[in-house]
Design a protein around this ligand. Structure first.
Ligand code: ATP
Length: 207
């Protein structure tokens, strides 16, 4: 491995909206030493959630909120609009191969939860991804495992479990609709993201 190549973790999702579960996990992966930085890869539409409906905020807003949240990232979180410029639906394999072509000096690694890892065999061209990119898998409960599966078949486990925040975009959208002053929102959303949502009237807030 060329030590000068920046190791970049790709963490994809709808980020609708981005929350501390996302940023906390991304930072945990950096701190564990598996990557130098994480790119939050905002998807235009998740292939697993084809019928997102009106609950899905516009891509420009989801990108803007992710950029605000990334400011909590100790300089190690970036937001990428790369996938939003690709044909829809975009699959991880397409994104990763296109990224590698666009940034030949970077060493990309894919980050996913253990639930996705368990059904990884259903992903499009999973064997191409597996053979070409390290995959970082995290447990979806506090004190869960964090490990990296390399294309050569090696598995490396982090010394410390990664902190997991049990929160989802669905819960937060519900709270925004029904109780915009709730503690959950204050705890799990970056204050600038919450202000952005209120200022732009996203997710039915304040209606
Ligand atoms: P929704 O409820 O709208 O599905 P979500 O937050 O679960 O929201 P995404 O915004 O698509 O879903 O999440 C982006 C990525 O972060 C996905 O890979 C998802 O598995 C992962 N993720 C979601 N919630 C958490 C969490 N609390 N901690 C760590 N990772 C999470």
């Amino acid at each position: 491995m060329n030590p000068t190549r920046k190791r970049i973790g790709i963490f994809g999702g709808s980020f609708n909206p981005v929350h501390r579960g996302h940023t906390g996990l991304a930072l945990g992966v950096c701190r564990a030493g598996f990557v130098d930085e994480v790119w939050l890869m905002v998807s235009p539409l998740n292939p697993w959630k084809q019928h997102a409906g009106p609950e899905l905020a516009p891509t420009a807003d989801r990108l803007a909120m992710a950029r605000l949240a990334a400011q909590e990232g100790e300089g190690r979180l970036q937001v990428s609009d790369f996938e939003t410029r690709m044909p829809v639906p975009s699959y991880s394999v397409d994104t990763l191969l296109a990224l590698r072509e666009a940034y030949p000096d970077a060493d990309f690694r894919l980050i996913m939860g253990e639930d996705n890892w368990e059904r990884f065999a259903q992903w499009r061209s999973h064997e191409v991804i597996r053979a070409s990119f390290p995959i970082i898998v995290y447990g979806r409960h506090d004190g869960g495992r964090l490990e990296m599966h390399s294309p050569d078949g090696q598995t490396e486990r982090a010394d410390v479990p990664v902190q997991f925040f049990d929160v989802s975009g669905t819960q937060l959208r519900e709270a925004l609709r029904t109780d915009a002053g709730s503690a959950l929102l204050r705890e799990q959303l970056n204050p600038d993201v919450l202000r952005y949502i209120q200022a732009h009237g996203l997710y039915g807030v304040g209606q």
